[in-house]
Structures are given as structure tokens and as C-alpha cells.
Design a protein around this ligand. Structure first.
Ligand code: GRF
Length: 210
């Protein structure tokens, strides 16, 4: 059984998709052990509690220096002995020490087709604003492993989503979440939990399910 930590900063709809997928048996061999947020008001924490899952807020604002915050966060994950850390809308740069402590065990969902509209400064609604400003006709979402760069790790899954004429950033964000994010992230966790994911020469290989 894979013990998973989910890190959130906001609404937690991706977290909800994960919890629902586990409850409905679409994700097997995994359970969410803890949900952590850097924002104590994040609705994602409430969602965790609604599902009977431990929820914890830890923020550099309330606790300490950024260095100590990183140490604490990493230590909590180590103490909980989680096998996978899922960044589901977690708006904190992941420190090197955490990547070292969890090599190829951290995944992130990004709301664009990487390498478009990603990297430093591309997060939240801004990603969709920039995609609309560029006039792309297709965007989407990407699940990738986390390395020391920003959105540069090996790609697990991507799904394209159509941009419609007159879309607002909010409408596009919603479509990308519904059609891509809420499907890809549970699928990625299920494949990892069932030991079908390997990284070979920096690229992800996924074994066919039997
Ligand atoms: C999602 O679009 C995610 O890709 C991005 O932030 C948003 C978080 O949504 N990084 P939620 O908190 O899961 O509802």
C-alpha cells in the first residue's frame, strides 16, 4: 500500500478528485495519509477532514524562517514515511532537500502542456491568462515528476484541452481541470501505486496494465 501526502494551497479540487478516485476504487494500492497546506485557510484542508484524513497547516508566516519551514515540512513527510508526495496546487517552490529526501517520489500537476506556459512565474490563473493572450487554440495539463527546476522533471501524462473563442481565464481553467487535471492526477497515482512507472534516461516509461 502506497502512503501518499498531498500538498495544497487553495481550493483542493484536485485533492477531491484523488480522494474520490480512491473511494471509488479507481486508484488501488494507495491511501492519502496526510494533507498539508502552507495556507491555514485553504479549503483543501477542510476537504481532507471531510474524508477523515489528517490535515495540517504549516506556513513560514506563522512558524519560522523559510529555511526552518522547509526543514519542518521535509521532516513531517519523512516522519510520516510517505512513499509519494503529490503537489496538487501547492504554490511553494520545493526545496532541494525535499527532492533529495524523496527522489522521483514527488509529482506535480501543471495546468498547461509543458513546456508551454510553465516555469517561474507561471502558476494559478496566470497560466491561462498567458495562454489566452498568446491565442493558442489548444492547451491542457501535465503531470510530471519534480526535479530541481520549475516544471522541468520527467513527464508522466499530458492531455490536450480545446480553447474556445471568448474564453475567460476562469472558464479555461475550469475546462482544463474538468477535462484534464482531475483525470490525469488520479491516473498517475494509480500507475505509481501499482508499480508500473519507471524513469529511464530521464524519461517516464509506463507499463501496460494487465
Ligand atoms: C490547478 O489548476 C493546478 O493545476 C494549479 O492550481 C490549481 C489548483 O486547483 N497548480 P485546486 O486547488 O486543486 O482546486
Amino acid at each position: 500500500m502506497l502512503d501518499v501526502a498531498v500538498l495544497v494551497s487553495g481550493g483542493g479540487t484536485n485533492l477531491e478528485a484523488i480522494l474520490t478516485a480512491i473511494e471509488q476504487g479507481e486508484i488501488t494500492n494507495a491511501k492519502v495519509k496526510i494533507v498539508i497546506s502552507n495556507n491555514k485557510r485553504a479549503f483543501g484542508l477542510q476537504r481532507a477532514q471531510n474524508h477523515g484524513i489528517e490535515a495540517m497547516a504549516i506556513s513560514p508566516k506563522d512558524c519560522c524562517s523559510r529555511e526552518e519551514f522547509y526543514n519542518k515540512l521535509t521532516q513531517i513527510l519523512v516522519d510520516k514515511q510517505v512513499g509519494l508526495v503529490v503537489l496538487a496546487g501547492f504554490l511553494v517552490q520545493i526545496p532541494e532537500q525535499m527532492i533529495k529526501a524523496f527522489p522521483n517520489k514527488i509529482i506535480n500537476i501543471h495546468p498547461s502542456l509543458v513546456p508551454s506556459f510553465c516555469g517561474k512565474g507561471y502558476y494559478g490563473l496566470g497560466v491561462h491568462e498567458k495562454a489566452l493572450a498568446r491565442g493558442v487554440k489548444v492547451t491542457g495539463a501535465t503531470v510530471h515528476f519534480v526535479d530541481n527546476g520549475t516544471d522541468t522533471g520527467p513527464i508522466l501524462y499530458q492531455k490536450a484541452v480545446e480553447v474556445k473563442v471568448g474564453d475567460t481565464p476562469e472558464q479555461l481553467q475550469q475546462r482544463v481541470m474538468e477535462q484534464a487535471e482531475w483525470k490525469l492526477l488520479p491516473k498517475a497515482i494509480n500507475e505509481i501505486a501499482n508499480d508500473r512507472v519507471r524513469i529511464v534516461n530521464g524519461q517516464v516509461r509506463i507499463k501496460e496494465a494487465k
